[in-house]
Design a protein around this ligand. Structure first.
Ligand code: ZN
Length: 501
């Protein structure tokens, strides 16, 4: 132990001797004034070295030592006495460099100046900024060795402000504290070894515009009606459509920014039309992310129709199984959801809406309406619709009473049409795939409303069998509202509907 320490001491002494020797060789003129280094700082392109001007010399020589190496390197010869700064561009991020310099006259050099060392922190490059649904998404290039990235933002009329510090694992950030129709500028700095990179890196600018929210699509005789929430600052809405069987989205219309509804009269008949929107600011041009999708269909009146309805859900595994089947066969169904389940299963409901399915109101707590008080009845219906509005954006326009129990008091109180059924699968009671399938096969006819429950795996499995069977039999599988519009007499508030005939 002691021996090795002595050896180390000896080695170090040798080192210092060598250094002293080399310094004494290159400094041979005591009468040339010594330079004074004033600063070494991070700049946009490298480490910027500056010094005080020395009179009566021909120029300066700058030396650099990289941390971890013992040798000094002659970095540059500045052949002009009036120059007082130099940017060392051959530096690596996160590495500490030490500088010293000498003034020279002819071949004579002054004593070495003081030394200043600094860790180089490269200025990160912002590679892109774009609008996404929940804010502005920015990406930057990696600075190997960074300890942290700092994101700065400036909006018109305000100064640069640091808005976030993110770990070096991230090379992207979503700024969600943005307002629609406001222009933002971004730049990034990084911290490495307790030093911060210079400001003045590249800046990227984007005008944020929110994606349209709560897109709803409903079938009507004249076409497919779309409605959405207004986007602040939008000059236009671009409407994109993809019909079942088509591979790509097509822009089908540009709507004025003051409107929040449009009817697609050219939607192909007999197919589901899927829609999504973008909000657009014209100058300087900014485009929002796409809205969520919504679908509906224009139907062929002369072809058989059936409305499959699923009550008491959603329940993620079963509802998704049913939606998978409907999606595969370009069909839609109506889900009478229980309001208290909406927040937990909002993803299922949004998916159903995006596939063109209809969402119905099945009260908030699955309360039997005929035995509830007037105020309780109204609250059950409105709480459920409020939850749907809050989590999915679309309110239900039809109601199914739990157990199908209604009376004249309920009907006169609730301002919606009530949907009953004509084919009861009894799926909740027997939980048998084959009995559910058989009940439908035996009783279905053009205009039937079929009752099932998306709570049971047996119902999900039965749906996988019955949907292709119905299509084979020539049925269009549609929502209740679609069927009532095309096959029935429409829907009137306070009336009960069992089928579309
Ligand atoms: Zn129910």
């Amino acid at each position: 132990m002691k021996t090795s320490r002595k050896l180390l001491l000896f080695a170090c002494t040798l080192c210092m001797l060598t250094l002293a020797l080399s310094v004494s060789i290159i400094s041979n003129a005591a009468d040339i004034k010594t330079v004074q280094l004033t600063a070494v700082s991070n700049s946009k392109n490298g480490l910027s070295v500056s010094w005080k001007k020395v009179g009566g010399v021909d120029g300066y020589i700058i030396y650099r030592q990289r941390m971890g190496s013992s040798g000094w390197k002659r970095l540059a010869k500045i052949e002009k006495a009036s120059v007082v700064s130099y940017t060392d561009k051959s530096v690596r991020n996160g590495v500490r460099y030490t500088y010293t310099m000498k003034a020279y006259v002819g071949s004579g050099k002054s004593e070495s100046s003081n030394r200043i060392s600094r860790v180089y922190c490269a200025v990160p490059t912002v590679s892109s900024v774009k609008n996404i649904s929940n804010g502005v998404y920015l990406k930057w290039k990696e600075c190997a060795g960074a300890d942290e990235y700092r994101i700065y933002r400036k909006s018109s009329g305000s100064d640069w402000k640091r808005i976030a510090c993110v770990s070096p694992k991230n090379l992207s950030y979503t700024d969600s504290r943005v307002k629609s129709a406001v222009r933002y500028m971004y730049q990034i700095r990084q911290v490495c070894s307790k030093n911060i990179s210079a400001s003045g890196g590249n800046q990227k600018t984007v005008t944020f515009i929110s994606a349209p929210k709560d897109l709803c699509a409903t079938a009507s005789v004249s076409g497919i009606q779309l409605s959405w929430k207004a986007v602040m600052g939008a000059d236009r809405y671009y409407v994109f459509r993809k019909s079942s069987g088509e591979k790509s989205w097509k822009k089908v219309s540009e709507i004025k920014g003051s409107l929040t509804a449009w009817t697609d009269k050219f939607a192909p008949k007999g197919k589901t039309g899927y829609y999504r929107l973008r909000a657009v600011i014209l100058s300087p041009k900014a485009t929002s992310a796409y809205s969520s999708k919504a679908g509906a269909a224009r139907l062929d009146k002369s072809t058989k129709m059936v409305a499959l309805t699923f009550d008491d859900g959603p329940y993620r595994p079963v509802t998704n199984q049913i939606l998978d089947v409907l999606q595969k066969y370009n069909s839609r169904a109506t889900f009478f959801v229980v309001g208290s389940r909406v927040s937990t299963y909002s993803d299922c409901i949004r998916r159903a809406v995006s596939l063109g399915c209809e969402i119905g109101n099945h009260t908030y707590n699955h309360t039997t309406l005929t035995t509830a008080s007037d105020s309780q009845i109204l609250k059950e219906i409105s709480d459920s619709n409020d939850a749907l509005k809050k989590y999915t954006g679309c309110k239900a326009s039809i109601v199914r009473a739990p157990g199908g129990s209604v009376n004249s008091r309920v009907l006169s109180l609730v301002p919606y049409p009530f949907i009953s059924w004509s084919v009861d699968t009894m799926d909740w009671s027997h939980r048998s795939v084959s009995r559910t399938v058989q009940n439908i096969k035996n009783n279905v006819r053009d205009g039937s409303i079929v009752l099932m429950h998306d709570l049971y795996y047996s119902t999900g499995d039965a749906t996988e069998i019955i949907v292709p069977w119905l299509i084979d039999q020539g049925y269009q599988i549609v929502t209740v509202s679609e069927m009532m519009k095309y096959k029935g007499t429409g829907l009137t508030n306070g009336k009960v509907y069992y089928q579309a005939w």
